[in-house]
Design a protein around this ligand. Structure first.
Ligand code: NAP
Length: 290
């Protein structure tokens, strides 16, 4: 598929949909855009996009229909009345949905004869079309293959398989890591604040520190995949007890929830007699909810 023989429609011109449509225009794709509320397409129209008066007009204008709306419910709200129009077209849904919601949409699309590709955007809008942007896909392999040159204009495209829920699963798993890390950073910022340290100053210390610590992932992964938490050379759970960190946080007069969550995972394994084993063993606390 080249820029010359594909017509793309983008439904949803929020921050992300606008960035996706902009990258397509930049790459020379014939792009039609639609948004529920008026006034969000002006910049894209100035860059060569065509405006659709309705979602139905947008669908009819595109061989490939990209949907980037708020959530699962809004996707159904917009697309349900247009199932017949979508038949025979390729639908790329990059709205954030849960794996179950993605599978439900894939079933809905299959019943209507729509080729369905689900996407999870691992980027913020300003990253789209630039190095570092990554979008995860699952669903129709044919649709992925057909659309890959187009998808690659947004960022690195990775396809995980025919189960439409997989892209969302990876997406949400990666976001879990991000949010817990963000909470950890903000806990640290709150901890040093009473000492007169600004969050910005703390960020300058935290970013290189946390970046360096990501090198530990590979070692944890080897231990988890090997299933042997007694492999020598690991930091033990007893060594990783966060009691002191909790006390120091409380002494600063701040909440301890973020750190207490990790401490609970550690304590469950220590209490079960695994204190001498590696920190990666908290994976078992997570896998088997207490
Ligand atoms: P946004 O700026 O809030 O835009 C939301 C879009 O959804 C708007 O176009 C809005 O239309 C539309 N919408 C909401 N409810 C609707 C409904 N019932 N019917 C029709 N249209 C509806 O959000 P965004 O940042 O573009 O995010 C869009 C999707 O991308 C979300 O699923 C988000 O999780 C995902 N995503 C975003 C980012 C990010 O950094 N922004 C990163 C990764 C993934 P109106 O203008 O009419 O309100």
């Amino acid at each position: 598929m080249t820029t010359n023989d594909v017509r793309v429609s983008v439904l949803g011109l929020g921050a992300m949909g606008s960035a996706l449509a902009g990258a397509l225009l930049e790459a020379g794709y014939s792009t039609t855009v639609w948004n529920r509320s008026p006034g969000r397409a002006e910049d894209l129209l100035a860059r060569g996009a065509r405006a659709a008066a309705s979602a139905g007009d947008a669908v009819r204008a595109g061989g490939v229909v990209v949907v980037c709306l708020l959530d699962h419910a809004s996707v159904h709200q917009v697309l349900d009345p247009l199932a017949d129009e979508l038949t025979g077209r390729t639908l790329v849904n990059v709205t954030t949905t849960s794996p179950a919601e993605s599978r439900e949409l894939a079933d809905w699309a299959a019943r209507a004869g729509i080729a369905y590709l689900d996407g999870g955007v691992m980027a913020v809008p300003s990253m789209i079309g630039r190095p570092g942007a990554s979008i995860l896909y699952s669903g129709s392999a044919d649709a992925f293959e057909q659309c890959e040159p187009l998808l690659d204009r947004w960022g690195t495209s990775t396809y995980f398989g025919a189960d439409a829920g997989l892209a969302s699963l990876y997406d949400l798993a990666l976001l879990s890591g991000m949010y817990v890390m963000f909470a950890g950073f903000l806990h640290g910022a709150a901890m040093v604040a009473p000492a007169g340290v600004t969050a910005r100053e703390f960020a300058g210390l935290a970013a290189p520190w946390l970046t360096a610590m990501t090198s530990a992932f590979e070692g944890f992964a080897t231990v988890v995949d090997g299933g042997d938490y007694t492999v020598p050379g690991q930091q033990s759970l007893l060594f990783s007890d966060l009691g002191g960190l909790l006390t120091a946080s409380a002494d600063q007069g701040i909440g301890t929830e973020a750190v207490a969550m990790v401490q609970r995972l550690v304590r469950r394994q220590i209490d079960a007699g695994h204190g001498e084993e590696g920190f990666a063993r908290i994976y078992e606390s997570i896998k088997q909810p207490g």
